[in-house]
Design a protein around this ligand. Structure first.
Ligand code: SF4
Length: 513
């Protein structure tokens, strides 16, 4: 009989079909980049948290490149018997079950479980906060498994990153009465107690599901996105037409499900439904898709263009998002800009010019240099366009708050940014190919389907999206000079295309009025 692990147990709490698919058809799962990033962050954080309680023993053992579970279980048992105060990756496997506890600490009369997550919490967050419920399920299963092995569990804790922590100098790991550290430790005992009562029956059901040979029936429901976005969504929705109710703009998932179960699935089904007819953007999306025609509202576009003036700048940042703060004045997951591209036109009919900034990847905080370059390249009181401007505005405000000498100029830039996304989000220009999305990566190919100059796939494969840029920049410092030159050029080309795309979109809007 297959073994139930803690990840399979938590999956069974979300959906029996998902558990069955993971056991019998794992190849139909779709793992997106955000899930992989979450795993990578989890590993990084897990390793750092091991030293939270001082000296520790780690049971992780690899044999022939694979985790050697039997050896880990034996080592754990030996460490428990010897009274080792802190054991990391403590492995236990009663019949049909398995779990490895991130950190197991010896207490008076037993052992405390510490589960490490790369998510964030604030100092003082209540253990009963619903955002912790999914972790209580996981920890309750660990407690149950340990108790099957005769271990007395005296405490159940969650360790998360502390979003109130701001790095100053050396990393502080622990949040104490004296101040914030990188990690928050939350006593989840009350929530775990509730979940613990369900474990026995839930585990039996999960084992039964894994054993069965036929795929379980399961209707789509809110559990497909809660507590986690299910990796089998594409598989379970392969019967749906394209587009379907799940592609409707700006509708909540719960509402989409309501329509789906009411039989409002295709855009034909949806065209007379109130949630569509009473929402101008959705109604435009459905109408344009059914009739395969565009929608242009010249007065709306003109009203947007009237807000612009020369000289006109087009700005785009690239950033990285270190899980662990790398620099002073930064928090976990804070966006750190290391690059910008700037196209600009000085007067009507003027030449399109370009400037760029790309920091050195050398482990130093790139923001001061970037902020200085930005103030040199963009004069005060000029009109600047960004696409989805809250990102650029927030980054500039953050830099203004830590560099008082540049603050006035930076805030002047911030206050003159206009969002090029607005005319699209307002429904002034819509094409069926936009599919209900106004992201620049969707709008651009919809407006210029055959333009090789504006095709991100024609860029170097090193950097074709923001995620690639975010990943490659910190790695440049460890590359050979030749690799580093290629990577820097790929970053420059990518960011250049982002602002060139904005210029072409703006020119397209001008043509329509
Ligand atoms: S998509 Fe929904 S129904 Fe399908 S396996 Fe996932 S949670 Fe279950």
């Amino acid at each position: 009989m297959a073994t139930l692990s803690k990840s399979k147990y938590t999956l069974s709490c979300q959906c029996q079909k998902a558990l069955w698919l993971r056991s019998h058809k794992p190849e139909v799962a779709t793992i997106d980049a955000s899930v992989e990033a979450r795993f990578a962050a989890g590993n990084e954080i897990g390793d750092m948290a091991k030293s939270l309680f001082g000296e520790y023993e780690d049971t992780t053992i690899y044999t022939d490149g694979k985790l050697d579970i039997s050896a880990m279980i034996a080592k754990t048992q030996a460490l428990v018997n010897s009274g080792c105060p802190v054991i990391c990756e403590a492995a236990f496997a009663p019949k049909h079950h398995y779990c490895a506890v991130d950190i197991l600490c010896k207490t008076d009369g037993g052992w405390a479980i510490y589960e490490v997550k790369s998510s964030t919490s604030h100092v003082g967050d209540a253990a009963t906060d619903p955002k912790f419920a999914k972790y209580a399920t996981d920890i309750a299963y660990q407690r149950w498994v340990l108790e099957q092995c005769g271990i007395r569990v005296t405490g159940t804790y969650l360790i998360t990153l502390c979003s109130d922590y701001v790095r100053h100098g050396e990393l502080e790991l622990k949040t104490t009465a004296n101040g914030c550290g990188l990690f928050n430790i939350i006593d989840l005992s009350p929530a775990v107690e509730n979940e613990y009562l369900k474990v026995h029956n839930q585990a039996l059901l999960a084992l039964q599901t894994m054993k069965q040979t036929t795929e379980p029936e399961q209707a789509l429901s809110t559990h497909c996105q809660n507590p986690y976005k299910c990796a089998f969504w594409q598989y379970c929705t392969q019967h749906l037409p394209e587009p379907s109710v799940f592609n409707v703009y700006g509708m909540t998932f719960a509402k989409k499900l309501e329509h789906y179960h009411a039989g409002h699935i295709t855009f034909e089904d949806l065209q007379s439904v109130e949630d569509i007819t009473k929402n101008p953007i959705r109604s435009m999306q459905v109408h344009c898709t059914l009739n395969q025609e565009g929608h242009i509202h010249p007065q709306g576009i003109q009203a947007f263009l009237d807000k612009l003036s020369y000289p006109l700048y087009f700005l785009d940042f690239e950033s990285m998002q270190p899980v662990v703060p790398m620099y002073d004045d930064t928090k976990p997951y804070m966006q750190i800009c290391f690059q910008y591209s700037l196209h600009y036109i000085e007067h009507e009919g003027g030449e399109l010019k370009h400037k760029a900034f790309l920091a050195q990847s050398n482990g130093k905080d790139p923001r001061r240099e970037l902020a200085e370059a930005l103030c040199r390249d963009i004069p005060c009181d000029v009109c600047i366009m960004a696409y989805n401007d809250p990102f650029e505005k927030t980054r500039i405000r953050e830099m203004a708050s830590i560099y008082p000498d540049l603050s006035e100029h930076l805030m002047n830039i911030e206050s003159h940014i206009v969002d090029l996304l607005v005319p699209f989000r307002q429904g002034c220009y819509y094409l069926p190919a936009m599919g209900g999305s106004f992201s620049i990566k969707v709008v651009l190919p919809a407006l210029f389907p055959d333009n090789a100059e504006l095709n991100y796939h024609n860029l170097s494969t090193l950097v074709q999206n923001g995620g690639d840029a975010m990943t490659i920049f910190p790695k440049i410092q460890d590359m050979s000079p030749e690799e580093a030159t290629q990577a820097r050029q790929a970053l420059l080309d990518y960011c250049h295309l982002d602002t060139l795309a904005m210029v072409r979109i703006w020119q397209e809007l001008m043509k329509k009025v």
